[in-house]
Design a protein around this ligand. Structure first.
Ligand code: COA
Length: 351
C-alpha cells in the first residue's frame, strides 16, 4: 500500500514567444539559444494570472483522476510567483476551484518545487494513513500544483536569463491506494548558495512605515553577507543568475539526486523506465544522462517549446510523459530536480 499518482495535467499561456521574437528585443539569435539550451520557444502570460494557470492545470489533473472536488483533502502550490502574499496561491486556487475540504498552503523550493511538493504531500498522506491515523488530519487525496510566471521576475533586457524562462503550470493528484507499491524513495537536499548564484530581491513598500528611517529595502546580497560595508547595491527584483556556476551545480545535483533515490530504494537505474528531470537546459539533461550511463531515450525532454518553467517544470514534463504513453502501469519513474536556494531532490515511484 502507498501513494499513487492518479491524475496529471498542465496549462500554458496563449502567447508563444519564439527565439526569433526575442532576437528583436535583446542581442541574441535562434542559433545561440537552441545550441546552448535546446529551447525553441516559450509561453508568456500576458493576461493569464498565476491563479488562472494553476487552476487550469489542477482541473485537468482532477478530471484525469476521476475524483470529485470534495475528495481533495490537501492542496499544495509550489511557486515563487504567487498572485498575492496573502491569501497564498494555494488558498486562491482552492477558492477558485471550490475544493471545500482541502487544507491549502504554498511551498517555495524554486525549480525543485515539484519534487519537494510531491514529497511533502505523499509524506502527509502516508503519515495520516499509517500509524498516525486518527492523530493527524485525514489526508487520502492531495492535489499538488507547480506554477510560475517567471516572466514577471525576468529582466527582459538581460539576454543571459530572459531567453531561458517561460510561464506555465503542472499538476498531479496523489492518492492513497491499498494495493499500490507507492513512493519507493525520495531524496531532498539543500546546499548553501553562499555566492548567490541564483537570486531575486523582494519588494516591500515602506512608504507608510512610521518607525523609520530604515536602511531601505532588505537586499538579499546584504543578507547573504556579500556586500562590503558602505558598498552601494541596488534593489534587483529580477532573477540574477551566474549561468556557469548554476550549470555546474545542476549537473552534479541531478546525478546525485537520481543516484540517492535509487540507492535508498535498492533499485538499479537500469530498472527505471522513465526519468523526468527538471527542464532547465537540454544540455544539462544530456550531460546527466551521459554521467549516469542512461540512454537519452529514457529521459523525458519537454523543454523545446516551453523553456524553463521553474516550479511547474517537472510536473508539466510528467504530464507529457504520461500523455505520450511513455509511462505504463507498473513502471518505475524517477523525478529529479534542482533550483534556487540551492535546492535539489528526487522521487522514485511506481506508476
Ligand atoms: N545570446 C547570445 N549570446 C549570449 C546570450 C544570448 N542569449 N547569453 C549569453 N551570451 C554570451 C555571453 O555574453 C558570452 O559572451 P562572451 O564569451 O563574449 O563573454 C557567451 O555567450 C558565453 O556565455 P556563457 O555564459 O559562458 O554561456 P554558456 O555556454 O554557459 O551558456 C547558459 C549560458 C545560461 C545557457 C548556461 O550557463 C546554463 O544553462 N546555465 C544553467 C542555467 C540554469 O539551469 N538555470 C536555472 C536553474 S533552475
Amino acid at each position: 500500500m502507498g501513494c499513487k499518482i492518479i491524475g496529471w495535467g498542465k496549462a500554458l499561456p496563449e502567447l508563444v514567444v519564439t527565439n526569433d521574437d526575442l532576437a528583436k528585443i535583446v542581442d541574441t539569435s535562434d542559433e545561440w539559444i537552441v545550441e546552448r539550451t535546446g529551447i525553441h520557444a516559450r509561453r508568456i502570460s500576458v493576461n493569464e494570472t498565476t491563479t488562472d494557470l494553476a487552476s487550469a492545470a489542477a482541473e485537468a489533473a482532477l478530471a484525469k483522476s476521476g475524483l470529485a472536488k470534495e475528495d481533495i483533502d490537501l492542496l499544495i502550490c509550489m511557486t515563487i510567483t504567487p498572485d498575492a502574499v496573502v491569501p497564498s496561491e494555494a488558498c486562491l486556487v482552492k477558492m477558485r476551484l471550490g475544493l471545500q475540504n482541502a487544507i491549502a498552503f504554498d511551498l517555495n523550493a524554486a525549480c525543485s518545487g515539484c519534487i519537494y511538493g510531491l514529497d511533502v504531500a505523499s509524506s502527509m498522506i502516508e503519515a495520516s494513513q499509517g500509524a498516525g491515523a486518527g492523530r493527524r488530519n485525514p489526508i487520502k487525496n492531495a492535489l499538488v500544483v507547480g506554477v510560475d510566471r517567471l516572466s514577471r521576475i525576468t529582466d527582459w533586457t538581460d539576454r543571459a536569463t530572459c531567453v531561458l524562462f517561460g510561464d506555465g503550470a503542472g499538476a498531479a493528484v496523489v492518492s492513497w491506494d491499498e494495493t499500490a507499491p507507492g513512493i519507493l524513495s525520495s531524496f531532498l537536499h539543500n546546499t548553501d548558495d553562499t555566492a548567490l548564484v541564483l537570486a531575486c530581491d523582494t519588494i516591500f513598500d515602506e512608504s507608510t512605515f512610521p518607525f523609520g528611517p530604515t536602511d531601505g529595502p532588505v537586499l538579499v546580497k546584504e543578507v547573504a553577507g556579500l556586500v562590503e560595508d558602505g558598498e552601494e547595491v541596488a534593489l534587483h527584483p529580477f532573477i540574477e543568475m551566474q549561468g556557469q556556476a548554476v550549470y555546474k551545480f545542476a549537473t552534479s545535483a541531478m546525478t546525485e539526486a537520481a543516484q540517492m533515490a535509487c540507492e535508498r530504494a535498492g533499485v538499479s537505474i537500469d530498472d527505471v523506465a522513465c526519468i523526468v528531470p527538471h527542464q532547465a537546459n537540454e544540455r544539462i539533461i544530456r550531460y546527466a544522462a551521459k554521467k549516469m550511463h542512461v540512454p537519452m531515450e529514457r529521459f523525458q525532454v519537454s523543454i523545446g517549446e516551453v523553456g524553463n518553467t521553474s516550479a511547474s517544470s517537472v510536473l508539466m514534463a510528467l504530464a507529457d510523459a504520461y500523455d505520450s504513453g511513455r509511462i505504463n502501469p507498473g513502471d518505475k519513474v524517477l523525478l529529479a530536480g534542482f533550483g534556487g536556494g540551492l535546492t535539489y531532490g528526487s522521487l522514485l515511484f511506481v506508476a
